[in-house]
Design a protein around this ligand. Structure first.
Ligand code: EPZ
Length: 452
């Protein structure tokens, strides 16, 4: 396959179709940089500082672009050395943006909802566009809006988006009890509480590694935050925060995705930057399925040791459970396991859309509305297809498929790479939202891929 310069560009050209000649193992070394589910939040946090921030290990992904545009609209100067992955954010001239300007960003990501607290502190008001994000469930923001109201903000939902106004005396610390350990709602609380007057107590918080790294950033800025073992986070509001200097933690979702790709293609991939402490649950599962891994100083080697793969019963959960974003790529490897595997998805109600394409390629996967194989979850008897039974091994053959969402899209890519024959994958540019330079990485791993 000839290497085109398009193939080496960081983001897939929209509308292009990826031709994949499958059936060969992926092997070689690739690197992962900062976590997609942390870096944009740290960028938002810079708004709270009265001096510039420096963020390192920043990946070149669409979610970073969207937040950079949103920050620019609000007067934050962002200088990004894409090669080095170093970003300087200067919030000295924060200013309101017009709804028209912000509307242009609507539908592109879920991160804009996290601008509320910082803008309310800096400007006393905020306007947030309609949100985007993967169609893997209803993706409500009720926890976010309820949290902001409890800090004293006036929240008005309009047809274009959400308008918020801070109370005359400023936002006040409060008690937030999350009914579910929502990552976004925890971040919303953190980004608002750090400069609210008084103490905020958050119970039922998410404690993902990306959340803990956001707390690292906020503490560097001057915040006072404690995290108890019972998921209670306490924040003492302060009057002033300064800029931070921080290196983002690596993307454990991308690392696990490439690990699953190595397993599904019977390959051997070294992921430079992969960090074992953030991936313990994934590594345990990877081993139970029959994968092998070696933890090195600068990354993790994921490989198929030969022999057959074993079926498992898997339940996704909030940290430290098996992450919901890890299951789609792993399911492709489970189609090659000897026997019946069960995946019970308890975080999102509609995260098996990607199995349609796998079935088209020969996989034997049945989805159910019941909570199959484990304890009942929030989606019990609510008619959501949130459990899957995968019967293997089934040989996969190439097919023409379309990417449904970010992580499901990567599982389509893995399936096409594992399948015998040629596949054409449409909608491939969605993958650029969360996988930096994925085409050049595929070529580095000797995948036979090209845009057609
Ligand atoms: C973050 O989404 C991640 N996205 C997701 O990754 C990740 O899967 C998810 O956390 C869980 O770890 C980013 O960080 C940008 P949640 P978020 O709030 O914050 C319900 C990827 O592919 N909920 O923890 O939106 C919600 O419906 C993406 O990288 C409410 O009901 O997730 C879901 O069922 C996909 N009301 C559950 O909580 C709310 O107000 C978890 O959502 C908010 C959430």
């Amino acid at each position: 396959m000839q290497k085109t310069d398009t193939a080496l560009s960081s983001t897939a050209p929209s509308g292009k179709v990826l031709r994949v000649e499958g059936g060969s193992p992926l092997y070689g070394t690739i690197s992962v940089r900062g976590a997609k589910n942390f870096v944009p939040k740290a960028m938002v946090a810079s708004l709270l500082g009265h001096s510039p921030s420096q963020l390192r290990n920043v990946p070149l992904i669409r979610d970073v672009d969207v937040v950079r545009d949103m920050l620019n609209l609000h007067g934050v100067d962002v200088i990004f050395d894409e090669e080095e992955g170093v970003m300087i954010l200067d919030p000295s001239h924060v200013d309101a943006a017009t709804p028209t300007e912000i509307d242009a960003l609507s539908g592109s990501s879920r991160i804009p909802i996290l601008f509320c607290g910082p803008l309310l502190h800096r400007l006393g008001e905020a306007f947030i566009p309609e949100l985007g994000g993967c169609v893997i469930g209803d993706r409500p923001i009720d926890f976010h809006l309820e949290t902001l109201r409890r800090f004293g903000a006036e929240v008005e939902k309009t047809s274009e988006g959400i308008r918020l106004t801070a109370p005359a005396g400023g936002l006040k610390g409060t008690q937030i009890n999350l009914p579910y350990p929502s990552v976004g709602a925890t971040e919303q609380t953190l980004l608002t509480a750090v400069m609210a007057q008084g103490i905020t107590t958050l119970t039922g918080a998410a404690i993902e590694p990306e959340i803990m790294d956001l707390i690292n950033v906020l503490q560097k800025m001057g915040a006072i935050i404690s995290v108890d073992t019972d998921r209670t986070i306490r924040i003492e509001g302060v009057e002033r925060l300064e800029g931070y200097s921080h290196t983002a933690l690596p993307d454990r979702i991308e690392a696990a995705s490439w690990g699953s790709a190595a397993l599904a293609t019977r390959g051997d991939v070294f992921v430079r930057g992969a960090h074992q402490p953030d991936m313990i649950t994934f590594l345990n599962t990877f081993r139970k399925v029959g994968g092998a891994f070696d933890v090195e100083e600068d990354g993790i080697r994921f490989y198929h040791p030969g022999g057959s793969l074993k079926p498992i019963v898997l339940e996704t959960n909030v940290h430290p459970g098996f992450m919901t974003d890890w299951q789609q790529p792993l399911v492709v490897a489970l189609t090659q396991a000897d026997g019946l595997s069960i995946v019970h998805e308890t975080v999102y109600e509609n995260r098996f859309g990607f199995v349609t394409a796998l079935r088209k390629m020969g996989a034997n996967i049945q989805v159910y509305t019941e909570c199959v194989g484990s304890a009942p979850c929030r989606f019990q008897a609510k008619n959501f297809h949130h459990s899957a039974v995968i019967s293997g091994p089934t040989p996969l053959h190439g097919a023409d498929i379309t990417v449904p969402d970010l992580r499901g899209g990567f599982s389509h890519l893995i399936a096409a790479l594992a399948a015998e024959g040629v596949s054409h994958v449409s909608g491939i540019d969605v993958i650029s939202r969360g996988y930096e330079h994925f085409m050049s990485k595929l070529l580095k791993l000797h995948a036979k891929v090209e845009y057609v």
